[in-house]
Design a protein around this ligand. Structure first.
Ligand code: ATP
Ligand code: ZN
Length: 297
């Protein structure tokens, strides 16, 4: 604890633990660079220090990150929510980060007629998430035998080790490959930014944590929105404003052509094509769409 804090100087200097090498690493490094942090991350480095922000980055095994944060070895961590849930650490989840999506599911062999976890209350469950599995089954009134395996959990039923498994899945392909069928989702997970509670209570550190969160939110918002510009008949402006609420309101700019205006607005990606169709029906033309790099809401 103290050793890590001694490695850095200044009370406002933050430490962030990220996965050294694994599924979250590329996205995490990309996010940190996208929010403007300049640091080196090559080779077998354990540590690097941002040149332009009071932040040091610690490269760790993902399993260690929730504890590092809870014990104040570091102030911040980026890790799958599934690990925070498994370890039951007392940390603050500040922000979901929009990558590393996966689900912790209960799955059974395809040839059984089990359709609900209620049918597994006294069964044998293989998992690498024993605490999550135990807590889940306790919550539905069961106490199955939990067999903890660290890898290849999917083969346990075929080996006769277990009746069902509790495992992470993203696409379901590994379950399918092993002829397993998911019957219940325990937890939806993605990479999250977590913080030590004492760090959040230290004003100098909290301020820098909030600066980082603001930057991460701007990157996330930019990804969710597109910027559209179009020409529209003035007569239909009200209709177009109904389709395009914009962030506050769309920007309307007069054009040199009588009876026409240019309209600029941000549209959420989810409803993008619906909105474009409605705009065209309302007479909008020359619709130009661009991606955003950052969006501060
Ligand atoms: P480490 O060497 O750091 O301990 P690991 O092998 O335990 O790494 P990874 O397989 O790299 O961990 O997974 C890291 C995280 O990625 C998981 O905790 C989870 O949040 C997320 N993830 C996303 N998709 C999947 C998936 N299909 N299977 C497992 N984890 C996934
Ligand atoms: Zn791990």
């Amino acid at each position: 604890m103290t050793s890590a804090r001694n490695l850095i100087d200044g009370e406002n200097q933050l430490k962030l633990a990220i996965q050294r090498s694994g599924r979250l690493t590329d996205h995490t490094l990309e996010l940190l660079r996208h929010i403007g942090l300049d640091f080196e991350s090559y080779g077998q480095r354990l540590f690097s220090r941002a040149r332009n922000f009071p932040l040091s980055i610690l490269y760790a095994r993902d399993d260690d990150i929730p504890d590092y944060v809870a014990l104040e070895t570091v102030d911040l961590g980026i890790v799958g929510r599934n690990l925070v849930h498994e370890q039951g650490c007392d940390v603050a989840e500040l922000l979901p980060l929009g990558y590393g999506y996966c689900s912790l599911v209960v799955a059974v062999p395809g040839d059984t007629d089990i359709t609900s976890p209620d049918q597994l209350l006294g069964a044998k469950i293989a998992t690498s998430y024993p605490q999550s599995a135990k807590r889940f089954f306790e919550s539905i009134g069961g106490s199955p035998e939990i067999i903890t395996i660290s890898g290849s959990v999917e083969v346990a039923p075929a080996l006769g080790l277990a009746d069902a498994i509790v495992e992470l899945t993203a696409t379901g392909s590994s379950l399918q490959l092993n002829d397993l069928r998911p019957i219940h989702t325990i937890l939806e997970s993605e990479a999250v930014l977590i913080a030590n509670r004492a760090s959040m209570d230290t004003p100098a550190r909290r301020e820098n944590i909030e600066r980082l969160v603001m930057r991460m939110k701007a990157v996330d918002a930019a990804r969710r929105f597109k910027y559209v510009m179009m020409n529209a008949p003035l007569a239909n402006l009200d209709e177009i404003k109904q389709v395009l609420p914009g962030l506050k309101a769309p920007t309307v700019i007069p054009l040199d052509v009588e009876g026409w205006v240019a309209v600029h607005a941000a549209i959420e990606e989810d409803v993008f094509w619906d909105k474009i169709e409605q705009l065209r029906n309302a007479g909008a033309s020359e619709i130009l769409v661009s991606a955003l790099d950052k969006l501060l809401l």
